[in-house]
Each structure stands twice: as structure tokens, then as C-alpha cells.
Ligand binder design. Structure first.
Ligand code: R5P
Length: 303
């Protein structure tokens, strides 16, 4: 059902309740408002040893939508997500889990011998909660999608992020993805803007984590704006590498855009120091970089 096209309150949503998890309250409220349904705030206290104690002030019934992103921090919020879904499942007729940023999806294969494919375990845990459906945004791994037994809806922030950039007065923009992995999405982003696009060939040393860009011929980007795009910015190292490349091509301004702004430690400052003019993200993780609201995209997948 397309929420956007509805101009009356669907009876269906009268029976819905949206629960806001600790990291996603703002987004959850927006989703509830888009669905025009009830919103319930989860409450949390943290024990001295770091354990979370979560309380729901009322018993949820009908279809319950649990909204909880899994950062910061990944492990803690994965447990909170599992707990919220399990709790809702006890009294609800159906639980839909909205996990805007779904952590652990980078660990989708045994890259080095002995590594655990943790995304598989996370998929199993989420399936075991009894959720009827999981909705996420720009999941990192297409491979990991296959690990889920429960239906998984992978929405995307890319068209809306491109819409945001359409309103900016960009000068002959060049869209650059720091690695080949997101080049398809970067292409989609570029097509919406009617811009050129390239993907760099970023390689990561699996042991040291060190990054480098392989064989990239220098372009002449003088006077042109560059938009660096990736699914997430974690340490910022990938974007910094790409920004260095763009600078070496004499570009004008540099924007960094991502769906998930993890922005670990002082990533934001490091990106600014690397001559990135502005960081733009969606609101899958709350941050002051949030310029693109995905609540409507998520609401449209809830039925
Ligand atoms: C990797 O495959 C991802 O798409 C991102 O490029 C990466 O996770 C970003 O991490 P960082 O900001 O630490 O370079």
C-alpha cells in the first residue's frame, strides 16, 4: 500500500502501534505520524555493568512496528532490537521490525580463514524472534539478504538523497564512489542528477585494515563539484581517500553523502580536515548530518 497516495486515514493503521527503540525515537515518531497510528516510547535504563533494561509503558496489541537502528553501538543495540521484538511478539498479532541500519552485514563471508560469518548468525537471531517482516534501508550486503528466512524488505535512500542534491546549485557534478561495491547505487544517484559518475577501485588489506586506491587515472575536474557517495561512513577513511583523489584532480567543492552516518570517533572532523565541504546523510542513524528523511520510504513498506 502506498501511504503517499492515501489522503484518508486507512482503517488498517488504526490497529497499528509504532514502538520507538532507544536509538530511533525521532524516526519512529515520524513513521507513526506518516501512518497516522499510535506511538509508544520504549524506556531504557542501563545497569552499571552495561546491560540494558528496557520497559514498555503499555502492552502492545494488533500489528506492532518496532523501530530500532543498530548504532551506536552495534552489539548493544542488536540485543535491544531482539528484546523489543520478542517483547512485542508476546501480545501483538504481528510484529514488523524496522531496523534502518542493520549492523554486521559487512561480515557476510569468511574473508580470512577462521573468521565467523556473523551476518548469518544475526539473520538467524532476528528470524528466531518471530518477526513477520524486517524492513531496512540500503543493506550493506546482497549476499547476506539470502541468510534471512524472515521476509526482508531492503528499501533505499538513494533516490531521496539524489533529490536533495538536485536542489543544490552544483557545478558540473562528478559522482564518485570510493569503491566498486557501491558503483551501481552511485550510478542510480548520478542518473537522477544527470551527472557523470566513476567508481574508484579501493582495496582493503584484510589483516591491517589499510586502504589504497588502485590504478586510477587522474581526471581534470577543475571547477567541478564532486559528490562522494557510499552506503556508510564509519571511520571516514574511504571518503578521505576518495577526497584526496578528487583534490588531486583539482575539483571545486567536495560533498560526502551516505545512507548510514556511523561517523565513528572523530570521523567528522577528519573529513572536514580532508577538505570535504559538507557531509549529508539519511536519518537511519541520528546525527546532525541527517538531511534526508527516510520515514516515508519506510512507511510505504509497512502494510
Ligand atoms: C565498505 O565496503 C563500505 O561500503 C564502506 O565503504 C566502509 O564501511 C566505510 O568505512 P570507513 O568509513 O571506515 O572507510
Amino acid at each position: 500500500m502506498n501511504v503517499k497516495t492515501l489522503n484518508f486515514r486507512p482503517i488498517l493503521y488504526l490497529l497499528f502501534t509504532v514502538i520507538g527503540g532507544s536509538q530511533s525515537k525521532e524516526l519512529a515518531r515520524k513513521i507513526a505520524s506518516k501512518l497516522d497510528c499510535k506511538y509508544v516510547d520504549s524506556q531504557i535504563t542501563i545497569f552499571p555493568d552495561g546491560e540494558s533494561k528496557i520497559t514498555l509503558p503499555e502492552t502492545p496489541t494488533g500489528t506492532v512496528v518496532v523501530v530500532q537502528t543498530t548504532y551506536p553501538h552495534a552489539d548493544t543495540n542488536m540485543i535491544r532490537t531482539l528484546a523489543l521484538i520478542a517483547k512485542a511478539k508476546k501480545t501483538a498479532s504481528r510484529v514488523i521490525a524496522v531496523i534502518p541500519y542493520l549492523c554486521y552485514m559487512r561480515q557476510d563471508m569468511e574473508f580470512l580463514s577462521g573468521e565467523i560469518v556473523t551476518s548469518k548468525m544475526v539473520a538467524k537471531l532476528l528470524g528466531a524472534t518471530g518477526a513477520a517482516k524486517i524492513i531496512t534501508v540500503d543493506i550493506h550486503s546482497n549476499l547476506a539478504v539470502n541468510y534471512f528466512d524472515v521476509p526482508l524488505v531492503n528499501t533505499s535512500a538513494v533516490p531521496k538523497m539524489a533529490g536533495y542534491f538536485r536542489k543544490l546549485d552544483l557545478k558540473s557534478p562528478m559522482i564518485i564512489s570510493p569503491d566498486l561495491f557501491w558503483s551501481k547505487k552511485a550510478k542510480q544517484f548520478a542518473e537522477i542528477l544527470g551527472a557523470e559518475q566513476i567508481a574508484l577501485n579501493k582495496q582493503r588489506d584484510r589483516k591491517t585494515g589499510k586502504l589504497k586506491i588502485l590504478h586510477q587515472k587522474n581526471l581534470d575536474l577543475s571547477g567541478r563539484d564532486v559528490v562522494l557517495i557510499d552506503d556508510m561512513i564509519s571511520t571516514g577513511n574511504s571518503m578521505i581517500l576518495a577526497a584526496r583523489y578528487a583534490k588531486s584532480c583539482y575539483c571545486r567543492r567536495i560533498f560526502a553523502v551516505c545512507t548510514h552516518p556511523l561517523l565513528v570517533d572523530n570521523a567528522e572532523k577528519r573529513l572536514m580536515d580532508a577538505d570535504i565541504d559538507k557531509i549529508i546523510s539519511s536519518n537511519t542513524i541520528e546525527n546532525k548530518t541527517n538531511q534526508v528523511d527516510v520515514s516515508d520510504i519506510i512507511a510505504q513498506s509497512i502494510e
